[in-house]
Design a protein around this ligand. Structure first.
Ligand code: NAI
Ligand code: A1CAB
Length: 273
């Protein structure tokens, strides 16, 4: 199968992640807006995207028939209805299915759709809208050519890694939910900043840039967090005082427990029947 840039993508379920993906793809230049069909039940909510050149539709069946790549981006509890709708349209020699749905295996989708259709499971995060997603991929039964195609797409809108499918719910917690966890940390830091004297707007900007700098220290220097922390904590200084106070209040423990619970919950979202 030869998927070219001009080929058609249908995103079934254009909510938060579906639209973030659409924005990232169009911004990347890999797929122009005109090659992407966005579906949802109430298409008036997509007027802004129609204006930007995306195709919009309430009809999953015709959108799937016209597409080469079908992205499943509805909630787990909405999936079976969508799969049953489009099953008759699936052409195994043409279609590639990309599912971003948490807790649903490639096999679950093949069992409901068509046994031999190629399905890849992908877990992006909302930073895909600005081409900064950490995306995990499990390749299912896809051909090497389609695996390369999917890797190319998700490397264009961020960074992707291929992982075993049994780790996909863990990836959901760490990377997809992770966006919310880090955003809440930044928000909390900004609230601390207000307590020590800054206006809310400037505190948020200062906290966000500080978080970005911390992440880039790790990414650009391939450094370990504790190595970088050791450089900040002067003996008897204010950093270690603040850091230890946070740890006494369960900072690391709260993050670890939250990620574990999210991963567990991600595995319980889909009811096959
Ligand atoms: N929000 C996120 O950051 C991420 C979400 N996911 C997964 O993506 C999926 C969607 O999540 P969200 O975007 O957060 O949910 P959402 O509720 O914002 O989006 C789902 C969209 O599907 C539409 N929809 C429902 N039934 C439909 C149907 N029959 N035909 C067409 N459209 C239909 C809804 O109107 C809604 O716009 C979930 O399965 C979630 O696990 C995966 C990675 C990240
Ligand atoms: O909260 C959720 O269930 C979805 C999956 C990952 C991010 N949002």
């Amino acid at each position: 199968m030869d998927f070219k840039k001009s080929n058609q993508i249908a995103i079934l379920g254009s909510g938060n992640i579906g639209l973030s993906l659409a924005k990232g793809l169009a911004q990347s230049g890999l797929y122009p807006a005109s090659s992407i069909t966005l579906t949802r039940r109430n298409i008036e909510a997509l007027d802004e995207y129609k204006f930007q050149g995306f195709q919009v539709s309430a009809d999953n069946v015709s959108a799937s028939a016209q597409a080469d790549i079908i992205v499943l981006a509805v909630l787990p509890q909405q999936l079976n209805q969508v799969l049953d709708q489009i099953a008759g349209q699936i052409d195994v020699s043409k279609h590639l299915i990309i599912s971003v749905i948490s807790g649903v295996s490639c096999e679950d989708i093949r069992n409901r759709l068509k046994k031999d259709v190629q399905v890849v499971r992908v877990m992006p995060n909302t930073a895909i809208a600005i081409k900064q997603s950490m995306t995990c991929i499990s390749v299912g039964n896809a051909s090497q050519e389609n695996i390369e195609l999917v890797k190319n797409i998700f490397n264009t809108v961020g960074i992707c890694v291929v992982i075993n499918e049994e780790l996909m719910t863990s990836a959901t917690a760490l990377c997809a939910c992770g966006i919310a966890f880090f955003l809440r940390s930044i928000r909390a830091a900004s609230q601390g900043g207000v307590e020590v004297g800054f206006h809310a707007g400037e505190a948020l900007k200062m906290a966000a840039q500080t978080a970005k700098g911390a992440a880039d220290l790790l990414l650009q220097l391939a450094s370990h967090p504790e190595h970088e922390i050791d450089k900040v904590t002067s003996p008897k200084g204010c950093t270690i005082a603040g850091l230890n106070e946070m740890e006494h209040n369960g900072f690391s423990s709260a993050m670890i427990k939250g990620i574990k619970l999210s991963a567990q919950k991600a595995g319980e979202l889909y009811d096959k029947d």
